[in-house]
Design a protein around this ligand. Structure first.
Ligand code: NDP
Ligand code: DXP
Ligand code: MN
Length: 393
């Protein structure tokens, strides 16, 4: 069997390291072609020593210079590249078969589009890219004849439950149910949300993830982004997408069919499962995750999301029904607000206020290119920074 050449964008993050864990279990199937990171030079160096990629990309020149120096000192042959073009190069290189898109935020959009244009197997964890790019992203996948496979656990679950032929979805599928943990504050008194610290917000009940997605889970903006992600991945009307809180995260999501039958995908909460599924699809390979033990499993619970506690969740449906580009504005606002909260500049309960103020301040005008989307993203970031400054004052 020819080994698959893999590029991992964001290899030093939570998804990146889990991906390399799965890859390392299958040296007969996968080889690492390129890795990328932003700040963690020593971790990327260790990954280069273990996986011997041809290229390593760093997001900034000083980090790239430091990595290059350390690679030479360790007699490692990996070539260091730096620049936005470099990410696009390793995502679209002729020798690459599959690209794991695990950069956090809108920064991952351009390399995703490059991989899609080049017809790669695109393993999408970077949900913000789809929230920002929506229609353009899916059009590029179609035109590039790329294979887009969801890595986000809920979307991987939906993908596994749907009939294989997308042409039959319209006749068969009624709706999808995205499950949500409810995050660390599902039962916290809403009047105390102003006091929450970054460490408390990042303490997700079931998954160890990057800080940005952890805060999104705590506000349920993660689920809002996932509603938008599902709309594009599965070509659904926003009203066909429902959210149900399921604190144990054993059921990763469900598809409701026209006859009222429901298919669900279950498993222990471990991202190596959807990652292994995407890497090998349609085959199945060992992921390293533990199996579910039904003899020790406690009850599975379900509840509705409280709109007072989680006011951001409903912005997803509103943004999807508003002018094209509104989801890009929402994403940019949320990235700025979460960054401001994590740096101690903004209160937790003001994240939603920044998102609302930005949606009011910025009216998108049908962005239909990467440049137009990045321009809109930058306008929205400016408006969000101003809103955060006003609230912080
Ligand atoms: N973690 C999870 O379980 C899940 C994550 N996802 C999604 O996957 C994506 C990654 O999440 P996660 O792994 O948790 O995030 P992390 O913060 O753990 O990792 C992010 C990665 O992206 C790199 N990075 C950060 N900013 C930039 C930038 N501006 N340019 C280039 N590279 C950058 C980081 O580099 P460095 O560390 O070197 O600074 C790191 O390698 C997100 O979109 C998230 O929503 C989806 C489902 C589950
Ligand atoms: C693992 C994964 O896919 C994350 O998106 C995680 O599911 C977060 O879950 P909640 O946002 O429901 O807390
Ligand atoms: Mn998810």
């Amino acid at each position: 069997m020819k080994k698959q050449q893999i590029t991992v964008l964001g290899s030093t993050g939570s998804i990146g390291t889990s991906t390399l864990d799965v890859v390392a279990r299958h040296p007969d199937r996968f080889e690492v072609f390129a890795l990328s990171a932003a700040t963690q030079v020593d971790l990327l160096l260790a990954q280069c020593a273990q996986f011997r990629p041809r290229f390593a990309v760093m997001a900034s020149a000083p980090h790239a210079a430091l990595l290059a120096e350390k690679l030479v000192a360790n007699s490692l042959p990996t070539q260091v590249l730096q620049s936005q073009d470099a990410l696009e190069l390793i995502a679209s290189h002729d020798e690459v078969d599959a690209v794991m898109a695990a950069i956090v935020g809108a920064a991952g959009l351009a390399p995703c589009l490059a991989a899609a244009r080049a017809g790669k197997r695109l393993l999408l964890a970077n949900k913000e890219a789809l929230v920002v790019g929506g229609g353009l992203f899916m059009q590029t996948v179609r035109e590039g004849r790329a294979t887009l496979l969801p890595i986000d656990s809920e979307h991987s679950a939906i993908f596994q439950c749907l009939p294989e032929d997308p042409a039959t979805w319209v006749q068969r599928v009624d709706s999808i149910l995205l499950t949500a943990s409810g995050g660390p504050f599902r039962q916290r008194d809403p009047s105390t949300l102003a006091e929450i610290t970054p460490a408390q917000a990042c303490a997700h009940p079931n998954f160890s993830m990057g800080r940005k997605i952890s805060v999104d889970s705590a506000t349920m903006m993660n689920k809002a982004l996932e509603v938008i992600e599902a709309r594009w991945l599965f070509d659904l009307h926003p009203d066909q997408i429902k959210v149900v809180i399921h604190p144990q995260q054993i059921i990763h999501s469900m598809v409701q069919f026209k006859d009222a039958s429901i298919l669900a995908q279950l498993g222990t909460p471990d991202m190596r499962v959807p990652i292994a599924c995407g890497l090998a699809w349609p085959e199945r390979i060992a992921s390293g995750a533990s199996k579910l033990d039904f003899s020790t499993l406690s009850a599975l619970a379900f509840e509705d999301a409280d709109a007072h506690r989680f006011p951001g969740l409903h912005l997803s449906w509103q943004a999807l029904k508003a002018a094209e580009g509104t989801t890009a504005v929402l994403n940019a606002a949320n990235e700025v607000a979460v960054g401001a909260f994590l740096s101690g500049r903004l209160r937790f309960d003001h994240i939603h206020a920044v998102n609302l103020a930005t949606l009011e301040a910025v009216s998108p005008s049908k962005p239909n290119s990467l440049e137009a989307l990045l321009d809109l993203d930058s306008q929205a970031r400016n408006a969000a920074e101003q809103a955060a400054d006003r609230l912080a004052a």
